[in-house]
Write a protein that binds this ligand. Structure first.
Ligand code: NI
Length: 182
């Protein structure tokens, strides 16, 4: 089922989400619906708060572009990108490894707005899976960026919070328009 994507201005996008403690049928259905919703919206990631659920859960799929990373290690061993796509994770733990890189980001909850965001270029991530296992990966490029962007959502952080102060000023008017102000 395609879910409604919560838009900028909704308070759930600013919540610090609660850890997932139980994986039941309802959660599995939510994950299936989130994947369907993400593909329908042509997004590369979607976090649970974006569909109004304040849980530490997100989905990512960057497999449309195998060139979007330069490496991927799963449990320390080189692995093909397709082997972990779509990526579904709960309660992520991230470590940042690379120097910062700038790239353009957008968000399904902030329509028609894109901006340059500087983030660590690589991550080591512990990504608990629905089956109780923990996927340990190290990667860079768009996958590292998407994992960081979605994990930010779980902490109530949006990409617009991470743009440069100068860029923030030019975003301000557009953001006010999105929330119906001025
Ligand atoms: Ni987003």
């Amino acid at each position: 089922m395609i879910l409604e994507i919560v838009q900028y201005g909704h308070p759930v996008l600013r919540e610090r989400c609660k850890p997932v403690v139980q994986v039941d049928e309802a959660l599995r259905q939510l994950v299936a619906d989130m994947l369907e919703t993400m593909y329908d919206a042509h997004g590369v990631g979607l976090a649970a708060p974006q569909v109004g659920v304040a849980l530490r859960l997100a989905v990512v799929d960057v497999s449309h572009d195998p060139e979007c990373i330069t490496f991927l290690k799963v449990a320390g061993i080189d692995a093909p990108l397709a082997s972990i796509m779509p990526l579904v994770f709960i309660n992520p733990e991230l470590e940042f490894t690379g120097p910062k890189e700038r790239d353009t980001e957008g968000c399904l909850s902030i329509q028609d707005l894109r901006a340059e965001v500087s983030r660590p270029g690589a991550v080591k991530a512990k990504l608990p899976q629905l089956d109780g296992s923990v996927l340990e990966i190290e990667t860079d490029g768009l996958l590292a960026r998407a994992i960081q962007h979605e994990t930010d959502h779980l902490n109530g952080v949006l990409f617009i919070d991470r743009v440069s102060p100068a860029a923030k000023i030019s975003l301000r008017r557009k953001l006010r328009r999105l929330t119906g102000g001025e």
